[in-house]
Design a protein around this ligand. Structure first.
Ligand SMILES: *[C@@H]1O[C@H](CO)[C@@H](O)[C@H](O)[C@H]1NC(C)=O
Ligand SMILES: *[C@@H]1O[C@H](CO)[C@@H](O)[C@H](O)[C@H]1NC(C)=O
Ligand SMILES: *[C@@H]1O[C@H](CO)[C@@H](O)[C@H](O)[C@H]1NC(C)=O
Ligand SMILES: *[C@@H]1O[C@H](CO)[C@@H](O)[C@H](O)[C@H]1NC(C)=O
Ligand SMILES: *[C@@H]1O[C@H](CO)[C@@H](O)[C@H](O)[C@H]1NC(C)=O
Ligand SMILES: *[C@@H]1O[C@H](CO)[C@@H](O)[C@H](O)[C@H]1NC(C)=O
Ligand SMILES: *[C@@H]1O[C@H](CO)[C@@H](O)[C@H](O)[C@H]1NC(C)=O
Length: 433
């Protein structure tokens, strides 16, 4: 909706500064001088307008909102805040931003990716715990999701049954159970979990952070990795399996902060390459504060790792649990090239700085675009880190996965919610790798 042409009205003191960049008009108003002041050159409006198909609330942002009308302000916060919470009093269109399901920044590419009838639906109201490790098992038409503690020691996973209409959500216990999978992927018929918790008496036995696999047809799990030369991993967080079966994973500090383990980190936060054929584990990066999401480009040429170092707790066992947010702390996504015959990564390059909170889960679409769960939503970026569209949710998203025959159904999960988008943007077919 276009704003009224004489929208910039304010009471100002009588000593008015005139300059080349601001045109000052004076009009008589109630109780004194009322001035309508135009914005300096470069400021355009409206910033936001509804656009695209009407099957869902889509809002297009003009030129990335790169020039906002004065006096705008986005408050610093220790909590998650969204772009839409920015105060922009001189452009009433900005009110549309917070309400959109899809916030479009690159109109041409975004509308193509959304397709002719995109939808967004909040599907399940779940607990405030972290919900992660989504893995679609096409043969069962089920989506496996982990739920971390609290409650302390919570052992089952959750499963969305997509055979039902509407889909149903139930608890699932593998054999033996796996504590706190924080990342998950699908390779060669198996679910690969980054198991992030550990102590000597979980589920009747010891469990330590590492890599576990689940055969979803038999419910049997197997330990693939549980130590680094005797040390416990801190928090095997997220993982991806390449076409040769090699597992690439991140190991930040979170399990202590979240009380999923009984021991302070024994290793520096780092990312690793694990070859299940030989058992060899090789460090691939130790420069990222809290390496978290990890994803490969479909052509296998690039690896992306997100840094969630802006969300971190204290490292002593007796320090309070939880991970406070530091807005100026590390929260970029880095892109690397695979080198040395695909065994290492080089040319670390920051490609995206989270607009909200931190970039947690990270996955690459079939077309090479990079998606990341960050605060209350998911950012969709091209392979160079240019923002195309943001899905906005009413809960903090940790991770997401594509399901369905053509992989255009997109499920997101996090604290308090599981939701679904339907669009034209396809996921990689992990069952075919
Ligand atoms: C924009 O709005 C603010 C607050 O409503 C007002 O004080 C200011 O003068 C306006 N700016 C312009 C350039 O009109
Ligand atoms: C941050 O969120 C917490 C929990 O919801 C709330 O108690 C606190 O007041 C918030 N702090 C700020 C500065 O908004
Ligand atoms: C989920 O349910 C709780 C309790 O009924 C409610 O407070 C909360 O707002 C709901 N969350 C969402 C995202 O709908
Ligand atoms: C191990 O985990 C179980 C389940 O969370 C918990 O009840 C127990 O207190 C933990 N033990 C230690 C030593 O942390
Ligand atoms: C695996 O677990 C699911 C869900 O609990 C159950 O329906 C299925 O029968 C189990 N499969 C086997 C082979 O035990
Ligand atoms: C991770 O934990 C270790 C051991 O307590 C600590 O030295 C390090 O500073 C932590 N790293 C970050 C990024 O907080
Ligand atoms: C927040 O992060 C910045 C950059 O890493 C650091 O300089 C600052 O000390 C941190 N602030 C707090 C309160 O930890």
């Amino acid at each position: 909706m276009p704003a009224s042409p004489v929208r910039y009205q304010a009471h100002i003191p009588s000593a008015v500064q005139h300059d080349a960049h601001s045109l000052i008009l004076t009009v008589a108003g109630l109780g004194g001088l009322v001035v309508a002041q135009s914005e300096p050159p470069g400021v355009s409006s409206p910033v936001a307008k509804t656009c695209g198909p009407t099957t869902v609330n889509i809002v297009c942002i003009d030129r990335y909102a790169s020039v906002l009308p004065y006096h705008f302000f986005r408050e610093s916060s220790v909590n998650e805040t969204s772009f839409g919470q920015t105060s922009v009093p001189n452009d009433t269109s900005f009110g549309l931003v917070g309400e959109a399901n899809f916030l479009v920044f690159d109109e041409k590419r975004a509308l193509r990716a959304l397709g002719s009838a995109p939808t967004y639906d909040f599907i399940f109201n779940v607990s405030a715990a972290v919900h992660e490790a989504p893995v679609s098992v096409p043969a069962l038409k089920k989506l496996f999701i982990s739920q971390l503690a609290p409650p302390p020691g919570y052992l089952p996973q959750l499963v969305v049954d997509l055979n039902q209409d509407p889909p149903t959500l139930s608890e699932y216990l593998s054999d033996p159970p796996v504590y706190a999978p924080n990342g998950g992927t699908f390779y060669n018929g198996l679910i690969y979990w980054g198991a992030s918790g550990g102590n000597n008496s979980i589920g009747g036995t010891g469990q330590r952070s590492g890599i576990r696999t689940l055969d979803p047809l038999t419910n049997k799990t197997v330990i693939r990795l549980n130590n680094y030369f005797g040390y416990y991993f801190n928090t095997v967080d997220d993982l991806v399996v390449d076409s040769t079966g090699v597992v690439w994973f991140t190991d930040p500090n979170y399990s202590l902060y979240n009380r999923l383990t009984d021991i302070a980190p024994q290793l520096k936060p780092a990312s690793y390459r694990f070859d299940p054929k030989t058992g060899a584990v090789t460090m691939i990066d130790d420069s990222i504060a809290q390496p978290n999401g990890i994803a490969l480009s479909p052509n296998g040429a690039h690896l992306y790792i997100s840094d969630t170092g802006a969300v971190a707790g204290l490292n002593q066992q007796d320090s309070p649990p939880g991970s406070p947010f530091n807005q100026t702390g590390p929260r970029a996504i880095y892109k690397f090239d695979l080198v040395d015959g695909g065994t290492h990564i080089a040319n670390k390059c920051p490609v995206w700085y989270a607009q909200n909170w931190v970039s947690d889960g990270l996955k690459v679409a079939a077309n090479g675009w990079v998606l990341t769960g960050a605060g209350k939503g998911v950012d969709v970026l091209d392979e160079y880190g240019v923002l195309i569209v943001r899905v906005q949710t009413n809960y903090v998203v940790q991770n997401f996965a594509w399901v369905g025959d053509d992989l255009t159904e997109f499920w997101m999960m996090g604290n308090n919610g599981i939701s679904r988008a339907r669009w034209a943007l396809q996921g990689q077919d992990l069952a075919a790798i």
